[in-house]
Ligand binder design. Structure first.
Ligand code: DGI
Ligand code: FE
Ligand code: FE
Ligand code: FE
Length: 190
């Protein structure tokens, strides 16, 4: 395992300053959500800090990692882009470079962009913290914060609905897992 100094240095050198500040914001918000939801605060803070480690990895490196049979990635990933890759495939770079092997953390990173039909408490914490951290500024972020701090599951549902609205407005291609997750977390309960 890396020392915390080494981990921070690697994280910082893999992204620009704005992205690094976002990661610090996600880490702090994940810590707060962990406290509110009786989850391990240190683990949540670490997962939040590294969640976007691979956000600025070059496209060619992602493609090579997806194509390497040793990694076992679904080749359909080649039809997507960095927005989808940086979590799912990014977990591979995090394991390799940051020497993190905790499956709970790696799974939360894999799910942090698209969410999934099954979400652990840590998955929800990282997914939601990414959306509401203090640097986020978009119409609706205050409502998202209020909803998420009151109830973590409602925060997941609110975020998925908001993200889908945003993607549909742009006529963007929707990753099937994002839709499946919306059907689980965002629909109104009778
Ligand atoms: O990495 P961040 O910018 O902090 O945030 P993120 O990982 O949650 O999302 C990155 C981008 O991915 C964001 O602009 C929304 C987009 N996204 C989320 N779900 C989907 C998606 N893009 C496509 N094309 N399809 C999706 O299903
Ligand atoms: Fe991300
Ligand atoms: Fe997100
Ligand atoms: Fe992020």
């Amino acid at each position: 395992t890396l020392s915390s100094e080494e981990l921070i240095a690697k994280e910082k050198s893999n992204m620009d300053e704005q992205r690094f500040q976002h990661c610090i914001g996600v880490s702090e918000t994940a810590r707060k959500l962990a406290r509110l939801n009786h989850y391990d605060e240190e683990k949540a803070a670490l997962a939040g800090f590294i969640h976007d480690y691979a956000k600025q990895v070059p496209v060619e490196e992602f493609i090579a990692a997806i194509k390497d049979p040793a990694n076992g990635f679904d080749q359909d990933l080649l039809n997507w882009n960095r927005a989808i890759w940086h979590g799912i495939v990014g977990s591979h770079f995090i394991e390799r470079d940051l020497k993190i092997s905790d499956d709970e953390i790696l799974t939360a990173i894999k799910r942090h962009t698209t969410a999934d039909v099954t979400m652990t408490t840590l998955d929800k914490i990282v997914f939601v913290a990414d959306f509401i951290e203090p640097h986020r500024d978009f119409p609706g972020v205050e409502t998202a914060r209020k909803v998420a701090f009151a109830n973590l599951d409602d925060g997941v549902g609110f975020e998925l609905a908001h993200t889908l609205e945003f993607l549909v407005k742009q006529r963007a291609k929707i990753y099937p897992k994002t839709i499946a997750a919306y059907n689980v977390w965002s629909i109104k309960k009778e």
